[in-house]
Design a protein around this ligand. Sequence first.
Ligand SMILES: Nc1ncnc2c1ncn2[C@@H]1O[C@H](COP(=O)(O)OP(=O)(O)OP(=O)(O)O)[C@@H](O)[C@H]1O
Length: 720
Amino acid sequence: MSDAAPQPADRVLARELAAEQDHLDRVYARLGQLRHRAAETERDGYSLARVGNFGALVERDAMVFHAAQRRYVLDAEHEGLVFGRLDRRDGQVHHVGRLGVRGEASEPLVVDWRAPAAAAFYQATAADPQGVVRRRMIQSSGETVTGLSDDLLDPAAAPPDMALVGDGALLASLSRTTTRGMRDIVATIQREQDEAIRSPAGGVTIVSGGPGTGKTAVALHRAAYLLYADRSRFAGSGILVVGPSPVFVEYISAVLPSLGEDAATLRSLGSLVARLSPTERVDPPALASLKGSLRMRTVLERAARAAVPGGPEEFRLAYRGGLLTLDRDALDKARVGALPRGARRNEVRRAGFDNIFTALWRQAPQQLRGRLPDRPRFEEELSEHPAFRDFLRAWWPQLTPLRVLSWCADERRLRRWGRDVLSGAEVGALAGSFAALLDVGPTVADIALLDELDALLGRPRRRSRRVRDSFEIAPGVHEVSTFADRQRAARAQAVQRPDDYRDYAHIVVDEAQDVTPMQWRMLGRRGRHASWTVVGDPAQSAWTGDPAELARARDDALGRRRRETYTLSTNYRNSAEIFEVAAGVIRRVQPDLRLPVAVRSTGVAPRHVAVDSPDGLADAARAAVAAVLREVEGTVGVITALGRRDAAAGWLAEAGHGERLQVVTSLEAKGMEYDGVVLVEPAEILGEAASGARTLYVALSRATQRLTTVSYDTSWRADA
Ligand SMILES: Nc1ncnc2c1ncn2[C@@H]1O[C@H](COP(=O)(O)OP(=O)(O)OP(=O)(O)O)[C@@H](O)[C@H]1O
């Protein structure tokens, strides 16, 4: 390089931009061609299915599919189809982008970011250049290249005419305005993140790290990577991505489509059980932890085996001139005898009925004397007896999880089922909460209990089953079918998976620190054969129960699969000034915690507005929100304690701030990000549970640019 005559920087930049523009033009032209061809092939398609050899058909269909995929990616409006370039030591040049594109002669015009050849784009460093001399980041808007930024990784190997331009693509991307939905980070994935994204597909990948270190981004890019690495496995059986709340799921919902992937299923913990309506209702943290505890399993097991409250306590039937009777003990014996450990109540109903027949048959000789029929006739006659049928239905009904959980609203009953595992106060709190179950609906924590009951109760046996057409591979697809047919069927299958589909190939759990033991059981039931990506930060956990119990439940769900752990260390979200406030709060309770480093400084210190009394909060919050909305271009989040959100939303409603403003509770704020945050009364968040400091740490670390706190109780501040 040193031998080349110096040239003005802007001329060099213009030349390099023009070169990249040429390449991008070629890529788009080629894609246009492929798109056109794919459309033609599709048009001709099926009439050709009977000619040519099988291999040729597969190839043609594969092309149709890939072209359609590319079209889908292109149609999914995104910035930066090509965002990187690698100049290698051996003279090869690879452009890296959102999808792989080959030219007419099969030469790679763009390498998919997930392909092995693109790995060096994220992993190479000056200390370990991995054969890369220059790494270039390419920014573009639509089909126009707008900026370049180079890293020289191996100066000794650089040819003399190699130009270097621009700087700071990562920082530029971090300073962008925050929009309502999270964006992909495909162009600026960092090395430590890339290692986690490309971790082997099997086993359990655990990604931890402090706030803003890109855990969610990594989890979603990993899902895209797995779909690329083994599409038939992961698109076929599906990838489930689970997040804490509907607000969060909405926030992350655009990332995978922007990466050209639509085969993953996104769910919040409150919407995981298909037959139950999704819920956003949450319990106070201590109650949520109690409902999440494994002790609830014991309670539910007992409830699922109990006599139906309000059901028959005895049975009397006039039959053939005699009187058949069963007292309470006999009924209990018949029920318990039909429910050995592990039996599912709805599935062994027949065994319960058999026990009743047997008990009645035993007394029949004495009661009926000479009028005794043979046993089959005895059972048949009883079965046709309306009073007997009514009794059976009331004594052993088909039970729904909701019905059994609502039995727990009765304190006396719950005390019985909770003996040795629940305290008196816990019984009271739970019973009070379950009382609202049928009227108001379940809370997020109840969903895991209902799922547990579903597993304990089982499903009634189906009467008739559709006869399967053995030539049918998937609905509507027969054995003689094309590759494209099958791909289409795979997609249709994903859409048509049964509501209670459970056999996912991979489960991504985000904000895993907040998954309770009972929720781990719920997740475990959906991934018996799955590999896992588990992403979280214990320092942000709202769990107030026993840590050992939590670890045990998590280990049970994840099984004995091999584990790889990755720790992320850089906070890309918060300005250094904002993160310092959050760090002060968590350090007070966990002085030895290793905190991530916030890389960006704005020079703007967070503002702390103090008011004289709680009555002053409304006006101060309104003023703070108006100011932050003026200062930032993107989204603004108002975060409050659980009990204050509705009031705060009311204060701000009149001003009609629209799309940019969102009012959320401390728990809904988990995983979220805003350009500006107004935190209303942090002391209330601190005091709302034993985990208050960790939840406040979450709330304080949501903002990228501006943080304002409004409080009358300033004791939460480390410096107050
Ligand atoms: N390599 C990167 N390039 C650009 N932006 C990044 C990068 N890594 C992370 N970010 C951005 O940093 C922000 C925080 O990322 P993310 O939400 O994934 O962090 P997190 O670790 O899940 O945070 P938290 O634990 O606080 O919820 C997001 O806006 C994300 O897009």
